[in-house]
Design a protein around this ligand. Structure first.
Ligand SMILES: C[S@@+](CC[C@H](N)C(=O)[O-])C[C@H]1O[C@@H](n2cnc3c(N)ncnc32)[C@H](O)[C@@H]1O
Length: 384
């Protein structure tokens, strides 16, 4: 049997761990080819999928839920079920994270089991324990642990005791931050109406190539750092020396900061204020001055940028590009567009809409999510 974990049959954390890795990426590549074919998308070159440099233990972030596997069963901490969406499977031997993550999960689950502390029931609106987020700087070895609970002070002393135990765990990397996020939100999404630092910093650091990034507990950062480096390299390969580049849907500024080395000026647009602040900090800490961060919606901000670009990079969320952006791109006819997509379906739709104005020169799938169904693609478009 392949290297599967104890809850693989039911856990929603991954789907194809019982297959050879090489086989899984071929299937992904085929899936993208099929979607393009079905949508009659023409292209010049379709490159072989770029494999993830690591396929076990690759994830730099996991967000676990407190719950139970069966009704009235013991407390568990892990991932929701693939089909049983309300049940939580105890992922203490997960293969797509490092052993340190598994140690943190097991310690945390056993700690609260012994004390018989309740987990959140969102239908009834009661219970204390909500989530546990663990993040890791793959290139720095820094770990951030963030526990999410309901907003009450009742168990503050117990949470302190838990955090002292976390600090004593024998992990192979370094825990630099232990946080407590409290919320009274009705939804099952991890957030912090109140954030308490129990140990260390409110953030951790990672590197992409030689650039340093400070990552706050809720900031977006690609979950597979080594895979992201290959993805970003593919994007950078399309850039010649140029005057101006746009980094649209820029998150914490990774692509823009990397592009700033090659062009004279970069404009980055991102809607989440916290991410823009982090991006500005990242620019300063890497002494990058030729980048301007704009906080807003790409569909509103893109038409306002007056300096014409040599290269435009889009890295939108799963929904793809808004119809107003498509309309603008057809009018504008940019010379070079690099489209990073995390959803082949919306990507194909956008390509269909743009096909009379742009030629799809090259497309390269990149496996950023080993043993999972998701695939990333990098596409290079030029004006017709
Ligand atoms: C797939 S992530 C890309 C992040 C970044 N390029 C990276 O590699 O780390 C998409 C980003 O788009 C942002 N976003 C979503 N909708 C947006 C919009 N309408 N305008 C601007 N940014 C948006 C999200 O907050 C998120 O940071």
């Amino acid at each position: 049997m392949k290297n599967i974990c104890s809850v693989f049959e039911n856990c929603g954390g991954c789907t194809t761990l019982n297959h050879e890795y090489e086989e899984t990426i071929k299937i992904k590549e085929e899936k993208i080819r099929t979607i393009l074919e079905e949508n009659k998308i023409e292209y010049d070159v379709f490159n072989e999928i770029i494999a993830s440099p690591e396929f076990y233990g690759y994830r730099n972030k996991m967000e676990y839920t407190f719950g139970n596997e069966i009704k009235d069963g013991p407390l568990t901490l892990g991932m929701k079920g693939r089909k049983r969406k309300y049940d939580v499977f105890y992922t203490k031997d997960c293969k797509i994270v490092s052993d340190d993550f598994n140690k943190i999960v097991e310690y945390t689950c056993e700690f609260f089991r012994k004390l018989n502390i309740s987990f959140r029931n969102y239908r009834r609106g009661d219970g204390y324990l909500r989530h546990l987020s663990v993040r890791r700087g793959i290139n720095t070895g820094e770990i951030l642990v963030n526990i999410g609970t309901h907003k009450t002070n009742e168990y503050d002393e117990i949470i302190k005791e838990w955090s002292q135990g976390i600090m004593k765990l024998e992990v192979s990397e370094k825990i630099v931050s232990v946080l407590h996020s409290k919320t009274d939100s009705k939804s099952n999404v991890m957030k912090a109406d109140e954030l308490t630092v129990l140990y260390g910093n409110e953030y951790f650091n990672d590197k992409i190539f030689d650039l340093s990034f400070k990552i706050s507990p809720f900031s977006f950062f690609q979950t597979n750092t080594k895979g992201a480096e290959l993805l970003y390299k593919k994007v950078l390969d399309y850039l010649d020396e140029g005057n101006v580049a746009y980094d649209l849907f820029s998150g914490t500024g990774t692509i823009g900061l990397l592009m700033s080395r090659k062009v004279k000026k970069v404009y980055s647009v991102e809607i989440v204020e916290e991410a823009v602040k982090a991006a500005e900090f990242n620019a300063a800490q890497n002494s990058v001055q030729n980048i301007e961060f704009i906080c807003g919606d790409v569909k509103d901000e893109l038409p306002k940028i007056t300096e014409n670009p040599d290269f435009v990079v889009f890295d939108p969320p799963r929904a793809g590009l808004h119809k107003n952006i498509i309309k603008f791109l057809k009018e504008q006819k940019y010379e070079n567009i690099i489209y990073v997509s995390c959803n082949p379906v919306s990507f194909a739709e956008n390509m269909k809409e743009l096909s009379d104005s742009y030629r799809l020169k090259e497309i390269t799938p990149v496996d950023m999510f080993p043993f999972n169904d998701h695939t990333e693609t990098v596409a290079y478009l030029v004006k017709k």
